[in-house]
Write a protein that binds this ligand. Structure first.
Ligand code: ADE
Length: 327
């Protein structure tokens, strides 16, 4: 059931006439066969596609321009593109190959993660065993180290935004809520820039207006405190909890009640929850973002890497390691 966006004849490709023998630098929708829908966001649809020249598969994220403009999301779409290009070429982060547009739409050509989202993999087996949780959360941690060293906060980390490639390695996607932050010169003094709460680049957004997904949103985002890389560490703690137990720690059908639970740190561990994992989660799910494990680490999250839960995990070679089977 191929869903093909109508071919646009307004797409231009002047490069082919200029250099008939070299590949065009700008692609058009006609360079791809559009297949099934593999993802849907509030402002985009992701299709599995095949490059007709190379037969290579890509995920193409398509945004309707009129909708982006109507919903005043142009800044976010631009930011996602800038951040993805800035990040490219590292394991565990989805790669943006190129972008193009026609009269109606914007196209983001992304690496295709053949095994889809992490969430259904967790739900299918109920929960991950400790080995699996160590491995997959370890890959997420390495991705966060890279992101945060690049001064990018993801701000919407959740199992739906963690994809699995053909070899079952993770790929973090959806940088539509991500933000570059100015690192504090010194977190302990008032001389530096504290956090990244300077929202002068977001005139229409109230300070810290909610951007994440409710279940993984950090307390500082809900209480107008500075959002820092540590907000991703909160989400990371929620994800470890979910891998081990099958469900995220803060749950309610009412978003209001869930937010109350988050700001009061109201959650419980089910019986049988791995003790070392519990200890790590308790050090990540800390209300004061500066007190979370890793929050004051330098280059790498060495304090998280050396937590007993990760004993004997070879963080530096995860992408060369065969992932443990999921069960
Ligand atoms: N869903 C959203 N983005 C995707 C991608 N790059 N690969 C596979 N599934 C996706």
């Amino acid at each position: 059931s191929a869903v093909v966006p109508p071919a646009s004849n307004s797409a231009t490709n002047t490069n082919t006439t200029m250099h008939a023998t070299v590949p065009p630098t700008k692609r058009t929708p006609n360079d791809f066969i559009f297949g099934k829908v593999i993802g849907e966001g509030s402002f985009s649809t992701v299709y599995l596609t095949k490059d007709i020249h190379t037969q290579k598969e890509f995920a193409i994220k398509v945004c309707e321009k009129h909708y982006i403009i109507k919903e005043k999301k142009t800044e976010y779409v631009k930011r996602e593109k800038d951040i993805l290009f800035y990040l490219s070429n590292t394991p565990f982060i989805v790669k943006l190959y190129y972008t193009f547009q026609d009269a109606e739409r914007l196209y983001f050509v992304l690496s295709y993660a053949k095994n889809g989202e992490l969430l259904p993999h967790i739900n299918k087996v109920g929960s991950f065993d400790v080995e699996c949780t160590k491995f997959y959360s370890g890959e997420i941690l390495v991705a966060l180290e890279y992101l945060h060293n690049m001064n990018v906060i993801h701000r919407d980390l959740k199992p739906e935004n963690i994809l699995l490639d053909e070899n079952m390695h993770i790929m973090i996607t959806d940088f539509g809520s991500a933000k570059m932050y100015k690192p504090a010169v010194d977190r302990k003094t008032k001389n530096g820039v504290s956090g990244c709460n300077d929202d002068e680049d977001e005139p229409r957004r109230r300070k810290n207006s909610f951007v994440g997904t409710a279940q993984y949103v950090s307390p500082e985002l809900l209480t107008d405190k500075p959002v820092t890389p540590s907000s991703d560490l909160w989400a990371f703690g929620c994800i470890i909890y979910q891998m081990i137990s099958g469900l995220p720690p803060f749950r309610s059908r009412s978003e209001y009640i869930m937010f109350q639970k988050i700001t009061k740190l109201e959650y419980e561990f089910p019986s049988g929850f791995c003790e070392k994992a519990r200890n790590l989660v308790e050090k990540l799910l800390v209300l004061d973002s500066e007190q979370r494990i890793g929050a004051t680490d330098k280059v790498k999250y060495s304090s998280i890497r050396s937590h007993p839960f990760y004993e004997s995990l070879d963080f530096d070679n995860l992408h060369k390691t065969t992932p443990p089977p999921i069960y």
